[in-house]
Design a binder for this molecule. Structure first.
Ligand SMILES: Cc1ncc(COP(=O)(O)O)c(C=O)c1O
Length: 391
C-alpha cells in the first residue's frame, strides 16, 4: 500500500470511466460475449490469472465483487481475499477447503457458537475429529496434536468470554508440526491486527460487523496466503459461496469509514469500561487491566481495540440481571454487533454450552455489550439507571 490504511480507504475504487467516486453495482447472472473466440479468450485469461477479474459466469463474481476483494486484499496484506454471503460462510469455507475425512482439527475452546456446532457435531459426521484447547494453556493444544492434525483454528478474542491468546506461540507450534492455521479476526479486523502478515494461512472477518458498520448487510471475507490459495479457490468454486454485488457495494461503502468508526468505538468503549470497572460486582471483559494476561496478549499483537466487550456480573438473582438488560434504553437487544448502534445481549448459562475450559459459577452471569457511536455520556447515563435494577 503506497498510502496509509486511512487514506487508502477513502480513495480506493474510484471509477474514472463512469466519472464516479464509487464503483458501479454490476448485477449479472449471464456475462455476454461477442463471439466464441471472445468467451474462449476470457476463459484462457481466467486460467492464467486465477486470482480473479475475468468471468464467464457471474457465480465467479462481477467487477463490483472483484473491487471489494481487491480492497480487502490490500487491507489484509494477503495473497487474496475471498468474499462470502455471510461471515459464517467464510468460517465454513476455511474449514471445508483444507480438511478431509480422517483429518483432525484443533480449535480454541471459547468459540462463536455456530463454529463450535460445525466443528464438534457436523464435521464429526464426516469423520473429521475436533479437539478443543485452553486459550490460556497452550500445552493443551500441543498435547492434542497427532499425525492427522490438519488445522489449528483460533478465534481471538474468544466469543463472549474475550480471552486473548499468544498468537506467535500458536504459530510456532503449528509451523513445527507442519499444521495449517486459521483465525477468526472479526473483533479486531485488519485495522488492529493483520493475521496473514503474522503468519496465519487464513484469516476470517465477518463483514456483517465493522466492515459494513451499518447493520444493513451480511457478508464475510476469507484472506489467504499463497500456500492455501488454490485449495480455497477450488472449494469456493464447488460450494458457490460468493457475495452478491449489491452487498459488496454496501460493504465497500462501509469500509470508507472503517478507521473513523473503529477509533470512535474504541474511545467510547474505554469510557464505558472505566465507568463499569468501579463496580465490585461487575468485571468488564475487555483488554484494559494492565498486568493481566489478556491485556499483555492484546498489547503484544493489536494496535487497538473495538467496541465489543463482555461483563461478568456477580449476582444471585438472575431476574435482576434480566431486568438490568431490559431496562437499557439506548442499547438494542439483539444478535450481531459492529454497527453504529449500541447493543446488549444476556448470555444465558445454557448458551455458554459445551465449553471445556470456561466455567461460570451459579451466581455469575455474562452480558455482552456492543458500544456504538452514540455520545458516551448518554450511554453511561443509560447504564447508570439500568444498574439500579441489579440487586
Ligand atoms: C466472531 C464471529 N465470527 C463469525 C460470525 C459470523 O458472522 P455472520 O453473522 O456474518 O455470519 C460472528 C457473528 O456474530 C462472530 O461473532
Amino acid at each position: 500500500m503506497s498510502s496509509s490504511f486511512k487514506t487508502f480507504l477513502k480513495h480506493a475504487a474510484k471509477d474514472f470511466h463512469n466519472q464516479s467516486v464509487n464503483p458501479p453495482v454490476v448485477r449479472a447472472s449471464t456475462i455476454i460475449f461477442k463471439s466464441t473466440k471472445d468467451i474462449r479468450k476470457t476463459q484462457v485469461k481466467a486460467q492464467k490469472n486465477p486470482i480473479g477479474g475475468h468471468y464467464d459466469y457471474a457465480r465467479q463474481g462481477t467487477s463490483t465483487t472483484y473491487i471489494l476483494q481487491k480492497i480487502l486484499t490490500k487491507l489484509e496484506e494477503s495473497y487474496h481475499v475471498f468474499t462470502t454471503p455471510t461471515g459464517f460462510g467464510a468460517v465454513f469455507l476455511a474449514l471445508f477447503s483444507v480438511t478431509r475425512p480422517g483429518d483432525e482439527i484443533i480449535v480454541s475452546d471459547p468459540l462463536y457458537s455456530p463454529t463450535r456446532i460445525l466443528t464438534e457435531n457436523f464435521f464429526k459426521e464426516f469423520n473429521i475429529k475436533t479437539t478443543f484447547y485452553n486459550p490460556h494453556d497452550l500445552k493443551t493444544l500441543e498435547k492434542s496434536i497427532t499425525k492427522k492434525t490438519k488445522l489449528i483454528f483460533v478465534e481471538n478474542p474468544g466469543s463472549n468470554s474475550f480471552e486473548f491468546q499468544d498468537l506467535k506461540k500458536i504459530l510456532s507450534i503449528a509451523k513445527k508440526n507442519k499444521i495449517l492455521t486459521a483465525i477468526d479476526n472479526t473483533w479486531g479486523t485488519p485495522y488492529f491486527l493483520k493475521p496473514i502478515t503474522l503468519g496465519f494461512d487464513m484469516a476470517i472477518v465477518s463483514a456483517t460487523k465493522y466492515y459494513s458498520g451499518h447493520s444493513d448487510v451480511m457478508g464475510g471475507s476469507l484472506a489467504v496466503n499463497k500456500k492455501v490459495f488454490s485449495k480455497v479457490k477450488a472449494a469456493e468454486r464447488i460450494t458457490g459461496l460468493r457475495l452478491g454485488p449489491d452487498d459488496a457495494y454496501l460493504i465497500i461503502r462501509g469500509l470508507r469509514t472503517l478507521d473513523v468508526r473503529l477509533d470512535r468505538h474504541r474511545e467510547n468503549a474505554k469510557k464505558i469500561v472505566k465507568f463499569l470497572s468501579k463496580f465490585k460486582n461487575i468485571k468488564p471483559l475487555y483488554p484494559y487491566k494492565k498486568g493481566s494476561y489478556n491485556f499483555k496478549m492484546w498489547k503484544k499483537y493489536y494496535s487497538g481495540s473495538s467496541g465489543l466487550m463482555g461483563l461478568k456480573i456477580k449476582c444471585k438473582n438472575i431476574t435482576s440481571v434480566r431486568k438490568f438488560v431490559n431496562s437499557l434504553k439506548l442499547f438494542g437487544y439483539g444478535y450481531s454487533w459492529g454497527g453504529f448502534e449500541s447493543l446488549v445481549l444476556h448470555q444465558e448459562h445454557r448458551e455458554i454450552g459445551t465449553r471445556k475450559f470456561f466455567k461460570l459459577a451459579k451466581d455469575e452471569h455474562l452480558v455482552r455489550l456492543h458500544i456504538g457511536l452514540e455520545d458516551p455520556s448518554d450511554l453511561i447515563t443509560d447504564i447508570k439507571q439500568a444498574l439500579k435494577h441489579l440487586k
